[in-house]
Ligand binder design. Sequence first.
Ligand SMILES: Nc1ncnc2c1ncn2[C@@H]1O[C@H](COP(=O)(O)OP(=O)(O)OP(=O)(O)O)[C@@H](O)[C@H]1O
Ligand SMILES: [Mg+2]
Length: 332
Amino acid sequence: MTTPPEPVEGPDPTPPEPVEEPTPPTTPEPVEGPEPVLEVAGLSVAFGRRPPSVSGISFAIAPGERVGLIGESGSGKSVTALAVMGLLPEYARTSGVVWLAGEQILDRPDAVLARLRGNQVSMVFQEPMTALDPTMKVGRQVAEVIGLHRRRAGSGHVRARVLETLGDVGLADPARIAGSYPHQLSGGQRQRVVIAMALVNTPDLVICDEPTTALDVTVQAKVLGLLDRELAAAGAGCLFISHDLAVVSQLCSRVLVMLDGRIVEDAPLDTILTAPEHPYTKGLVATARIDRVTPGERLPTVADFWDETSPEPTPPEPTSPEPTSPEPVEGS
Ligand SMILES: Nc1ncnc2c1ncn2[C@@H]1O[C@H](COP(=O)(O)OP(=O)(O)OP(=O)(O)O)[C@@H](O)[C@H]1O
Ligand SMILES: [Mg+2]
């Protein structure tokens, strides 16, 4: 007697339902100023029959502009980043448009996306081992990134460039680092290597998904300072994902606030800090101001400002601390 086969885990076999979201424009909206390096219009992403993880979001990033994408766990930040990188799994259903360096990339063939990745857009993930091959020495991995996009460079030139690149990101003894396997480096050293790899081909846009969350606080501050310098040197724009407004405020001039797959606020950093509009943003701002809480006092939580169960939330008046003017951000 045969037993019926076990159900196979995996993508939902039922035919995909269309993602019901605003009809995307076929061309990007005209924007003032220089052409954006990234423009997202009406982007929705859904997996299986679940409600969309990302629902009709739109934003643009100008050349060299740094935009923070902030929101609670599961709000759709990483899915947004993966959509922009063309790295969503095949079973993801998408609608809308994503223009990267003038090309529409949603649902484009892998070859097109591979060309754009590294040249036009690169990514720094939370866990540096995601981007590193554990079986290959670090120097060779950096060389591959350089070689991939600069095929004509001779190998001597590439080696010199690798050592220079590793030195530029503050790694002492670049020759030793180049000859090491990733597991022989510390977390901070690995993230420096990944940042070097992300910026070495001077992309127009670097997407950073919680790049310092896995690092301890001291190393985190150094790596943020490094990112700041490297982005400025490359003139690269940045989409910087974090759940931490304090971290975003060190690098970004504009902030997108994401909640349940939607962008609920898009404003300059100063406005977000001094005059947040959405109750959720108000909560984020208040909770980020731990410097103003006296010892023993309860820290406010976002829930004090945003009741997820209520469709039309009325935020309570913050008791303490009062969200007033932003603290000046120390240069990093
Ligand atoms: N490959 C996938 N298959 C199915 N569902 C997914 C997949 N990737 C993400 N999701 C779902 O999409 C939603 C948004 O996830 P996402 O990873 O974008 O959250 P996030 O904002 O990055 O959260 P965090 O701060 O924890 O990283 C979640 O409900 C998640 O379970
Ligand atoms: Mg994430």
